[in-house]
Design a protein around this ligand. Structure first.
Ligand SMILES: Nc1nc2c(c(=O)[nH]1)N[C@H]1C(S)=C(S)[C@@H](COP(=O)(O)OP(=O)(O)OC[C@H]3O[C@@H](n4cnc5c(=O)[nH]c(N)nc54)[C@H](O)[C@@H]3O)O[C@H]1N2
Ligand SMILES: Nc1nc2c(c(=O)[nH]1)N[C@H]1C(S)=C(S)[C@@H](COP(=O)(O)OP(=O)(O)OC[C@H]3O[C@@H](n4cnc5c(=O)[nH]c(N)nc54)[C@H](O)[C@@H]3O)O[C@H]1N2
Ligand code: SF4
Ligand code: SF4
Ligand code: FES
Ligand SMILES: [Mo]
Length: 898
């Protein structure tokens, strides 16, 4: 359908725009400025401040341009004497009850009110307004609210409500007493605020301000460096604000491609770790009980000598490398090269093993690529969204904003999760299944699609294979059976199936609730089957999004930090691939896949692995079966840990190497959309820390390999030569294309691929994999009657090395969340200490009630490094992906003394 166009004249210029465009939008498209205060293109229009008034020939009133649609033949003046006069008066009125210092205030350096006063020549106000005298609200560590400077534009109210799906703040009182506040004047921290700071990001004046930067630096004294968030895989970018070699804050960067101005608490306020006094500033060696500070040459010589000795004595496969999903692509690439070319082993892996390894196996076999199929922004375009095992608002908060946008557009949301998470509470359908029963549920959804003939026959015929086998399997799961297995009412299953199948565009979002089970790989197959059956893949707005966890876990996989793949998912078992890398690197590549991270620890505990080089991971806290990890680390003849802090793991090391943090280096991260983005150095490394790429290069040289990379850009050149999916990536291009590059991007002229599998699947045809439900191997019984789910909180990140070290008050201890009725039955009161035991270990922990948990299910995070929950998680894992079953551990709970 062609849009109807309308032509009008603005300031004598003819402008043609689609019908329904506002005068403001039409003017902006024509490059004509109209001032605004309460308008924001991403928020619903309000028309409250009236600063955007214009004159329309023949109209008696001056209409507000931001809410007035254009009409054919309209003649508009944006700066006529009448308009200027009215604006002058409006600004005077605003200043009338504004603090006296307004025109000289330097709080933000970009105050829209002040700019307007100067623009329209308002020097003082003729009106004697009632000055407000509110106390400054700053009882929380993140946001300062100075309501004396508020102009009541309501932008913060709309952001909180429309973008965040919260309604923490609103207008209260009337007349001159009108004020924006949480209900009952509660402080933000008591009103459900999640401290995303997105209200601060839109405040046009200095009323809302980030507390870390309060009084820290005037705007001309600071430099701003655009970079990418070091936490989750959403890949938000922002400015690091730097003064005198210190990062003092984070500011939204409106042209950030993934997130625009929106961030979550970790991105906006989680930078305090950068300058924390605990940062490693010198290499350390064990001496024999304490760590001694040494120089770089001493530490590197020792590492090179010991690794060489162990390699000579036991062979290269006695050494393992744990790479990191926190470091840059260039650094992960070098670690892959270090393991294979310098050490001579494929024993390299990283935390993707604990995370989306089942996705790498199953989506690869189903679609041909183990990565997300579409962009995050497309979530907002879907009509139906199925979220499975993802606590999206806490773990990918800015991706959750896209879900919120879709909901505002009228999309239908269904969430499959045993817990009533926040995203589940926003959903039209919450399928609160028993942990570990997803396959029965997903097969039943497929059953309904087949039974009711809702499936996409054309797609299945032309684009898929192995349908008959899948059909036969799925037909064994009528909703009544699935209801009995999962505990989800039959009607819910049927309705969700109908919605998914009938949607024009539908996306499935899934994460750890799917992968961290002994049936993780089969769970992912079940998701892929459903997408194939309904043809919801390979189109804009339709796809499967396994949201990747860490900032650069996608990149670490892409760069070959995996035991079976060289960079770009080129199999080590393929002789032609090995020949290519052998020619480029000048060494033979070992031909057998290496050990996974899971297997490396088992091997170390058994004495088959003698040395580990661990970069940017903290397995003592994050790996399953802490007792086994401890035994493995103690057993090693040599352990090198390279981190930014002396972690629980580093305490076992013989040598600790101090790495530079994300703020201190150049490079690239690849986010969950496969978008490659530039990370930029904002400050020099603290102390004598060095970027990981420099450390690995020095180590390789020390071990006799003449590496001489001068910069991350030079490393990327080598990556592009050897990795077809990154073939067109270069730093010049990344500077010229600030939105980033989506792989696959095989050559410099290629535009990149935001949407996968459009004409063909990467593997040709999409393949169905019939899967069956089997009761989880670990069942609750009389001795272990509860099921423990482990996971995350919004404000903490993994082992907490960074989030526990912001001076901003992030820290919370880990609590065991229980259904209040279960607590009552056991006679446990809130904050009572309990002994929790699994078949694998036990520990003491405090309890807290949470009625969003079903009975029989308990929840705890693994963020508390002092009391690691992984003591309870055994080493049961998915047989193919080797991902541990972090979800669904049978436990017993007994009251304990403190
Ligand atoms: N704040 C914060 N954000 C993070 C991280 C962090 O540590 N902190 N870590 C990042 C990383 S690496 C990752 S991988 C992601 C993880 O992100 P998520 O996967 O969203 O986080 P989890 O808390 O591990 O678990 C997700 C959900 O799975 C549900 N679940 C448990 N068992 C089952 C089941 O059997 N079936 C279903 N359908 N659901 C189940 C849980 O109730 C939980 O709500 O988060 C990333 N983002
Ligand atoms: N019980 C339970 N356990 C889990 C999970 C669960 O759901 N439940 N989830 C699992 C998942 S999905 C994941 S991804 C893992 C995460 O497991 P890990 O990756 O081990 O967790 P992190 O705490 O993020 O460790 C990253 C380390 O890198 C360091 N670091 C940060 N930046 C840099 C840098 O630039 N250079 C270097 N050299 N180091 C740096 C940090 O200080 C930190 O010590 O945890 C897993 N463990
Ligand atoms: S910080 Fe976020 S949640 Fe809190 S009031 Fe502002 S927009 Fe709302
Ligand atoms: S959503 Fe993820 S990438 Fe974005 S600011 Fe938060 S932690 Fe950083
Ligand atoms: S910007 Fe149009 S009324 Fe406020
Ligand atoms: Mo993860």
């Amino acid at each position: 359908m062609k849009e109807k166009m309308v032509t009008l004249v603005i300031n004598g210029k003819e402008v043609t725009v689609p019908e329904g465009t506002t005068i403001l939008e039409a003017a902006r498209q024509a490059g004509i400025y109209i001032p605004t205060l309460c308008h924001d293109p991403e928020l619903s229009p309000w028309g409250g401040c009236r600063l955007c008034i214009v004159e329309v020939r023949g109209w008696k009133e001056l209409p507000a341009a931001c809410i007035t649609p254009v009409r054919h033949g309209m003649v508009v003046e944006t700066e006529s004497p009448a308009v200027r006069h009215a604006r002058y008066t409006l600004i005077e009125l605003l200043l009338a009850n504004h603090p006296e210092d307004c025109l000289t205030c330097e709080r933000t350096g970009s105050c829209v009110l002040q700019d307007l006063a100067y623009r329209y020549g308002v020097r003082r106000t003729r009106f004697e307004g009632e000055k407000r005298n509110y106390p400054i609200e700053d009882s929380n560590p993140f946001i300062v609210r100075d309501m004396n400077k508020c102009i009541l534009c309501g932008l913060c109210v709309r952001v909180c409500n429309e973008i965040m799906g919260k309604a923490v703040i609103d207008f209260a009182y009337r007349g001159v007493r009108t004020k924006i506040t949480p209900p009952f004047e509660l402080p933000l921290e008591k009103a459900g605020c999640v401290f995303c700071g997105n209200c601060v990001a839109v405040c046009p004046v200095g009323a809302l301000f980030p507390k870390p930067m309060w009084g820290q630096g005037r705007h001309w004294e600071v430099k701003k460096v655009k970079t990418v968030c070091p936490y989750c895989g959403t890949g938000c970018s922002f400015y690091l604000v730097v003064k005198d070699e210190r990062v003092i804050g984070v500011q939204s960067c409106p042209d950030a491609p993934v997130n625009g101005r929106w961030l979550c608490i970790k991105g906006r306020f989680g930078f305090g770790f950068i300058h924390h006094r605990d940062r490693l500033k010198m290499p350390l060696i064990r001496d024999p009980f304490l760590f001694a500070k040494v120089t770089w040459p001493t530490s590197l010589k020792l590492v090179a000598r010991r690794l060489t000795e162990i390699k000579e004595k036991y062979g290269p496969d006695a050494i393992g490398v744990l790479a990191s999903a926190r470091i840059t692509n260039e650094e992960a690439y070098l670690l892959n090269k270090f393991a294979r070319a310098v050490l001579g082993t494929n024993n390299i892996d990283h935390c993707a093993r604990l995370c989306h390894a089942p996705t790498l196996v199953a989506l690869r076999e189903a679609f041909g690529s183990g990565a997300a199929t579409n962009q995050l922004a497309e979530i907002a375009e879907a009509d139906f969204i199925l979220v499975i095992g993802s606590n999206t608002t806490e773990t990918h908060p800015v991706a959750a904003i896209q879900i919120q946008k879709a909901l505002r557009r009228g999309a239908v949301l269904a969430v499959i999760d045993p817990r009533r998470t926040e995203i589940a509470s926003r959903a039209h359908y919450h399928l609160q299944l028993r942990p570990g029963t997803d396959i029965a549920l997903l097969n039943a959804i497929a059953h309904v699609c087949l039974q009711e003939n809702l499936w996409n026959q054309e797609f299945v015929i032309y684009r898929t294979e192995n349908f008959a086998a899948f059909r036969e399997a799925a037909m064994q799961y009528p909703p009544s059976l699935a209801a009995a297995i999962t505990g989800v009412p039959e009607e819910l299953i049927i309705e969700v199936a109908r919605h998914y199948a009938r949607a024009k565009n539908a996306v499935i979002i899934y994460t750890m609730g799917i992968t961290q089970h002994t049936c993780g790989t089969n769970n992912v197959y079940a998701i892929a089957n459903l997408a194939l059956l309904c043809g919801h893949v390979g189109r804009r707005g339709s796809g499967v999004l396994p949201l990747r966890g860490q900032n650069n876990v996608q990149g670490a996989c892409d760069m070959g930090a995996l035991p079976d793949y060289l960079p770009g998912y080129q199999a080590v078992t393929d002789p032609s691939v090995r020949a290519k890398f052998a020619a480029a690197w000048g060494v033979e590549i070992p031909d057998h896949p290496g050990l996974t991270a899971t297997e490396m620890f088992e091997a170390a505990a058994e004495g088959r692995i003698k040395a580990l080089y661990i970069v940017g991971e903290n397995p003592m806290v994050t790996k399953a079966d802490t007792s086994l990890v401890k035994k493995a680390l103690e057993n090693l003849e040599f352990l090198v840990v390279q981190d930014i802090f002396l972690t629980e793991t580093a305490r076992f090391a013989h040598v600790v190497l101090p790495a530079a943090s994300f703020a201190e280096k150049d490079g690239t991260f690849t986010n969950t959309e496969r978008r490659i983005q530039r990370v930029r150095r904002a400050i020099n490394p603290v102390g004598e820390a060095k970027p990981d790429w420099e450390i690995v290069t020095l180590l390789a040289r020390e071990m006799g390999h003449p590496w001489n990379y001068s910069s991350p850009a030079a490393i990327m050149e080598e990556i592009a030569q050897l990795t077809p999916i990154y073939g067109g990536v270069s730093y010049e291009r990344l500077e010229a294309e600030p939105e980033g590059i989506f792989w696959p991007c095989p050559h410099p002229e290629h535009p990149g691929t935001p949407i996968l599998h459009q004409e063909n699947f990467t593997r040709g045809k999409g393949r169905f994999h019939p899967v069956h439900f089997a009761p989880p191997d670990e069942q609750p019984d009389k001795d272990y009657p509860f099921l423990l789910i482990t996971g995350r909180y919004l404000t903490h990140y993994h082992s907490g090395t960074m989030t526990r070290r912001t001076p901003l008050g992030f820290y919370q201890e880990t609590l065991l969340e229980m259904n209040p009725e279960d607590m009552a039955e056991l006679g446990i009161k809130p904050r009572d200490r309990v002994l929790i035991s699994s078949r694998h270990g036990s520990m003491k922990i405090d309890t807290t009630p949470n009625s969003n948990l079903p009975r029989g299910v308990v929840f705890a995070t693994f963020h508390d490094a002092d009391n690691p929950i992984n003591l309870l998680v055994g080493h049961r894992c998915d047989p193919r992906a080797k991902t541990p079953a972090f979800k669904g551990v049978a436990v017993r709970i007994e009251k304990a003394v403190r």
